[in-house]
Design a protein around this ligand. Structure first.
Ligand code: AMP
Length: 249
């Protein structure tokens, strides 16, 4: 079975985002960018499926600027077999991403499409669900365990009240949650090998998808600053103060 994995280039999770002076967005000039952490988990899961003999080929897909090639090379260094970059300098919204991914799925005919549950830049948590709807495939979102058999996949989902297990007919869309696995680091020899793995470059137009924005960002602001704390001299004073705040009795 072929597995497709969607990987997005986003601001690195260790970087504190700086909001642009005019409040129009986050300043990405000279900021470290990396693969969205949930997508690293998606790549890792695809590799584990191949190690179990379930997946035969892993194709990583990204939609973004030319620099997203680096993100795809990371996926290739981790173990993906080939990559597709749909190159655009536009900021592409989840619906347009899902439409492009759906076209690629129709061309590639994978057994499974694995995405992250959300991209940490815009926190949309929408693309996987939209992709499943466009394809008419079943979806297992927020996966913390994935067990694939011949024609189905069992996905354990992290839901508010605990864990929900669903069995999906393949082909299916799966989105990853944090606890699914711990992604491997790419070794130096694999980083070298990844340089010669195939990476095809396409454009949104090749898939007949219009990526013009439909959503308007009105304003982006920094979270309000936390107030400074105070030091207390003793546990008794701490308890008194907590009582004063109505936190302790
Ligand atoms: P979102 O719905 O934007 O929170 O993104 C959810 C998931 O969709 C991400 O974790 C990626 O797997 C995938 N995705 C979103 N945008 C892109 C993109 N531009 N290129 C590749 N994958 C994407």
């Amino acid at each position: 079975m072929k597995v497709l994995v969607a990987v997005k280039r986003v601001i690195d999770f260790n970087v504190k985002p700086r909001v642009k002076m005019d409040g129009s967005g986050v300043d990405l000039a000279n900021v470290k960018m990396s693969m969205n952490p949930f997508d690293e988990i998606a790549v890792e899961e695809a590799i584990r499926l191949r190690e179990k003999g379930v997946a035969s080929e892993i194709v990583a897909v990204s939609i973004g600027p030319a620099k997203a090639q680096e993100t795809l090379r990371t996926a290739l260094a981790m173990g993906a077999d080939r990559a597709i970059l749909v190159q655009t300098d536009e900021e592409v919204e989840p619906l347009a991403v899902a439409k492009i991914l759906a076209k690629i799925a129709e061309e590639e005919q994978p057994g499974m499409f694995i995405l992250g549950k959300q991209a940490i830049d815009d926190d949309n948590n929408a693309t996987g669900q939209m992709l499943a709807a466009l394809l008419g495939w079943p979806q297992g979102t927020f996966a913390s365990k994935v067990e694939a058999a011949n024609d189905n996949v069992t996905v354990t989902r992290e839901v508010d009240g605990g864990l929900e297990t669903v069995k999906l007919q393949l082909p299916a869309v799966v989105t990853t949650d944090l606890r699914l696995n711990e992604p491997r680091y790419a070794s130096l020899p694999n980083i070298m090998k990844a340089k010669s793995k195939p990476l095809a470059t396409k454009s949104p137009g090749d898939y007949g998808v219009d990526v013009a924005r439909r959503l308007e960002t009105i304003k982006v602001t920094e979270p309000s600053k936390r107030q400074a704390g105070i030091k207390v001299a003793s546990v008794d004073e701490l308890v008194d103060r907590l009582k004063g705040l109505g936190i302790a009795k």
